[in-house]
Design a protein around this ligand. Structure first.
Ligand SMILES: Cc1cc2nc3c(=O)[nH]c(=O)nc-3n(C[C@H](O)[C@H](O)[C@H](O)COP(=O)(O)O)c2cc1C
Length: 192
């Protein structure tokens, strides 16, 4: 039997994100970030394909991406509000880890399982950052789904996609919790 870990359970049942726009400096140093990346890389992965990778975006890279988001938003003809939302996601950030879903060719492991694993990596990274005492938030945004943005800005290959941008920093205010799902509504108990 695994050893009970009530502190871990308490964390998992009370954890919540800190909105990216409320995060500020300091952000984790490279040394401080490594255990967070390491925890995320310990995610279940059917077939040990490692169908994901990380891109750590530091300050200058985030400025470059905010400029690219503005350019792409204008080229795509998005409305001003939507463009500015995409721009500010990078402009207001100090440290973001892009989790890239990078499915591998496999006859055994369906691609969707590899994509699920990339999503699980995002949650593991978010939780590791929160457990270390950093504020963190899992975002996507329109730019994450724009092929040209992710290819030019982040060097993604055509088969790769962004599973999430994990913003990590110092919290300025803890948000109130949000309503959580009604377990009775989402759970079926099968007894026979
Ligand atoms: C795949 C994914 C993408 C998300 N993208 C955004 C986003 O672009 N903007 C946003 O405000 N919230 C986004 N969210 C929601 C935030 O992560 C939100 O803070 C989160 O649902 C709060 O969850 P928690 O309180 O359980 O930590 C996204 C969530 C997921 C799972």
């Amino acid at each position: 039997m695994p050893t009970p870990n009530p502190a871990a359970l308490e964390f998992l049942t009370t954890r919540r994100s800190r909105p990216a726009k409320t995060l500020t400096t300091p952000v984790p140093s490279r040394t401080e970030l490594l255990p967070i990346l390491s925890a995320a890389a310990r995610t279940p992965d059917h077939g040990k394909l490692e169908p994901w990778r990380f891109i750590v975006l530091e300050s200058a890279a985030l400025t470059r991406l905010s400029d690219l988001a503005r350019e792409r938003g204008q080229d795509l003809g998005l409305d001003v509000e939507k463009i500015e939302k995409g721009v500010s996601q990078f402009d207001n950030a100090d440290l973001v880890v892009a989790v890239v879903s990078a499915p591998k060719p496999s006859e055994k492991i369906p691609e969707i399982e590899q994509v699920y694993s990339a999503g699980a990596v995002c949650l593991a990274m978010l939780n590791a950052a929160l457990a270390t005492g950093w504020g963190a938030n899992w975002l996507s945004g329109w730019a994450s789904h724009d092929r040209e943005f992710v290819a030019r800005g982040l060097g993604l290959e055509p088969h790769e996609s962004i599973a999430g941008f994990i913003h990590i920093g110092t919290e300025t205010s803890a948000p109130p919790d949000r309503p959580r799902p009604d377990l009775d509504a989402i759970t079926t108990w099968v007894t026979e």
